[in-house]
Ligand binder design. Structure first.
Ligand code: KG4
Ligand code: ZN
Length: 336
């Protein structure tokens, strides 16, 4: 048996079943089974998600251990996402982790999914230094987090309604694009012009609001397709460019306000929406203008993944923060 801290981490909060193995904070494997079943419904169906997790969890864990070249007897602890997320999905990962840890006689580590998105920045170089600001943008969350340390974080602002990824997905649905629509909007926008002005929400403080944008797009499309039934097909690229511009502008404007207010110049992006090409480009551009050091993790660590759970768990392991077998998942609260 080798020395060092070897962790198995499990992520099952939404629709991806993921397992990772880390040794001393280095990712040895990160395996994810994506669920295709939700596409036809235009969103995640919780019952289908739990069933798919149940089917995927053993093969994904076996794959992660195999790829890492680690035997289960070498593990120091088992980590899992405790929340926030969907109860049925979380229960699969939590129950598996509990049983696995119990059978191996090793400690159990519970991880908060939102903190793990932030700590994904410590998987690879370059790593931010404390304090830094992290804009976490995903299908379920949009928040600006002030990160003072690996276990000291504060949410400075968040969405009051839809998340940024949800705004992309809902706009895409209205534009006849499949689920999730974010990547398709991104692709179409690259061939489009910024031709349609969409309203901007004026939200106090460092919060966000995207539900008005969805309604504005709905009425805009209704009005124009009444005059020309092919309006949407003819203008899809320009419509995507306009929607994307509106969402990215709202995110960056508030992020800049947060950086100016706090005086912090270490600024990071996290979550699945940070794959968006316009967001990445304009974030880097803003960073140069504002004198920030900017950080975006590799894509596989931006979307939901177990490596980030393992990274968060590694810090907890070093602090001796373990949990008992009585631990239960939480769906909301703690930054949800
Ligand atoms: O973090 P993530 O993989 O899962 C969670 O929601 O936790 O984020 C998924 C979200 C979806 O809403 C998807 O449409 C969006 O990220 N997304 C994008 C892009 N790639 C993924 N949105 C805009 N542009 C992209 N390139
Ligand atoms: Zn997530």
């Amino acid at each position: 048996m080798r020395n060092g801290v070897t962790l198995l981490a499990i992520e099952s909060s939404c629709d991806d079943t993921s397992a990772a193995v880390l040794r001393d904070g280095k990712v040895l494997s990160n395996c994810t089974a994506n669920q295709e079943a939700h596409r036809q419904y235009g969103g995640v169906v919780p019952e289908l998600a739990s069933r798919a997790h149940q089917a995927n969890i053993i093969p994904v864990v076996e794959q992660a251990l195999r790829r890492a070249g680690v035997a289960k007897e070498e593990l120091s602890a088992v980590a899992f996402t405790r929340g926030p997320g969907l109860m049925g999905s979380l229960l699969v990962g939590t129950s598996f982790a509990k049983a696995f840890a119990l059978s191996l006689g090793i400690p159990l580590i519970e991880v908060n999914h939102m903190q793990a998105h932030v700590l994904a920045h410590f998987i690879e170089d370059p790593k931010p230094t404390f304090p830094f600001l992290c804009l976490t943008v995903s299908g379920g969350h949009t928040q600006i987090v002030l990160v003072r340390d690996t276990n000291d974080m504060e949410v400075l602002g968040q969405t009051l309604d839809d998340a940024a990824g949800e705004a992309f997905d809902k706009a895409g649905k209205l534009l006849g694009l499949g689920y999730p629509a974010g990547p398709a909007i991104d692709r179409w926008a690259q061939q489009g012009q910024l031709r349609f002005a969409l309203p901007e929400a004026h939200v106090p403080g460092l919060n966000f609001s995207f539900s008005g944008l969805k309604t504005a797009i709905l009425y805009f499309l209704r009005e124009h397709t009444a005059a020309d039934p092919h309006f949407m097909e003819k203008n899809l690229a320009d419509l995507c460019a306009s929607v994307q511009h509106a969402i990215v502008s709202a995110l960056l404007k508030t992020l800049r306000r947060a950086a100016r207010q706090t005086g912090i110049r270490q600024v990071a992006l996290a979550g699945g929406v940070s794959a968006n090409s316009e967001l990445r480009r304009r974030f880097e551009e803003m960073g140069r203008q504002e004198g920030w050091s900017t950080y975006i993790p590799a894509f596989e660590y931006c979307t939901d993944n177990a490596a980030m759970i393992g990274m968060a768990a590694h810090f907890k392991y070093l602090r001796g923060e373990f949990c008992g077998q009585e631990v239960t998942p939480y769906t909301r609260g703690f930054w949800s």
